[in-house]
Design a protein around this ligand. Sequence first.
Ligand code: PEP
Ligand code: MG
Length: 574
Amino acid sequence: MFLLSGTGIGDVAIGRALVLDRDEIEINLRHLTEDEVEQEVIRFRKAVSRARNKLESMRDELPEHAPAELSAFLGAHVLMLEDPLLIDQTIGTIRRDLINAEVALRRQEESLKQVFDTINDDYLRSKKNDIAQVVERVQTELSSNSSQLFALSDELDDRIIVVNDLTPADTVHFRNKHMAGFITNLGGPISHTAILARSLKLPAVVGLHGAGRLIRDNDMLVIDGRTGTVVVAPGERILQQYRQRREHAEKLYAGLKTLREVPAISEDNVRVALLANIELPEDIDSAVKAGADGVGLYRTEFMFMNREAPDEEEQYAAYSDAAVRINGSVTIRTLDLGADKQVDGGRSDAYSTVNPALGLRAVRLCLSNPGLFIPQLRAILRASVHGNIRIMIPMLSSLNELDQVLELVREVKNTLSRECVEFRPDIAIGGMIEVPAAAVAADLFARKLDFLSLGTNDLIQYTLAIDRVDDEVNYLYDPLHPAVLRLIRHTIEAGENQGIPVSMCGEMAGDPGYTQLLLGLGLREFSMDPATLLQVKREVLRTRVTPITDTTRKSLYDSDNNSLRSLVENARTH
Ligand code: PEP
Ligand code: MG
């Protein structure tokens, strides 16, 4: 038995390891449904394009004195990757036989090699090896961790996946695979992968360097999500302890269910709204079961992952369904794609070539791509007649950007009116405050918006300059940093002065350790993963807001915030 440690998520998972970090490329046949075919073709084309880009950069970077044949050799391989006999025929096989790209490519390679075998010329016959090398390059690109995950069968019950890294799209793919948990070499606590793990109730340890090397396939594992520990090959006594802990947690959760119908009112009578964060239409059930007062964040971008983009009609149906089933407001965030949230799980080149967290993400991407943005705005506006829908704009940084969005919404409304399509003209439009510039200027944003929502995951990332997916700088992640707390308070104050509501939908809102502190800072609307909603409610019920308000606000100006840290720790251990 030995222990490894990283950053934990969730509680306990027990199961055998399935290590996906293999060196050799394993090719397994996977049958596709009609719906999956075009996504597979895209995956294949992207793998080819990555292989070609790599060959081209190798050729461009050849030292001056390198033999001329080398450049010609690489050039010939680039040309092969453009050859319809290899590429178009493989795509044809994917579509015709409904099989995965790896196997289709392998079949095409075999049939080309057979043709070469019949050639009488030794030199030309030797070209067979070039095909093998070129194909190997594409297979390597296809066999990235993500691709292996997509090839997994559905028989994953009780297995714990050990993998280099997971993207949010991969995690979405796990939904129906019933795995026990996962361990990654990379990743941080507020990465979207970690957020999804929480929402899927998957215990995990991320940022555990060397996991793929130290854990072998089929090793018995325990994940302790609370401490970030992985126990490899535990003895029977340890296993028993963890099984008991799991049962205890289940009982505790069952106990919390009695709070479902209890209104969230503090001991001194302060009413608080507890809302749910959801990612996909199927999450609506969990929000309803947790007794949420509404949906405070619908991360619509997850509907776009691992598939063709949903059109206006499909989005309209999904948003209307949420509006009808949720008893309260439904805050639909417009697409927050970009950075670590890529529709194809980040396998495209764009993700690796720029500084993605500071790039064309969220509202920036939407404004530069009206073909993506307008159908979503139309779908939201049309669905607004079915319930209490609100629009929320992510990652606002400049007021000019906000003006452009508001103008676009006006135009879409005019078009709908001309088409005699119904919508709610007074639909509330809010903005996420998750970039420090927007938090500092929150009063100016508040004047133009109907509500604000604090996205602390990004606010912390951008304020403290720590990439939320980079585990090397995880240790700097600190929601109690005075700069972060001041920005939170400043934003809440801007809402109070303008008379508009301010909610929080970052992970901080769902951590019961921070509930008292946030109540003290004046927060009255919390939006979180439905799994943590009742724990937060329990904290609200036992808090006296007035005394905590004085202590927390004074502490914003203390150089040492140990009292806040003990407040958080105490709440977590009670
Ligand atoms: C946030 O940044 O806090 C947030 C809620 O949005 P996301 O985690 O989806 O970026
Ligand atoms: Mg965000």
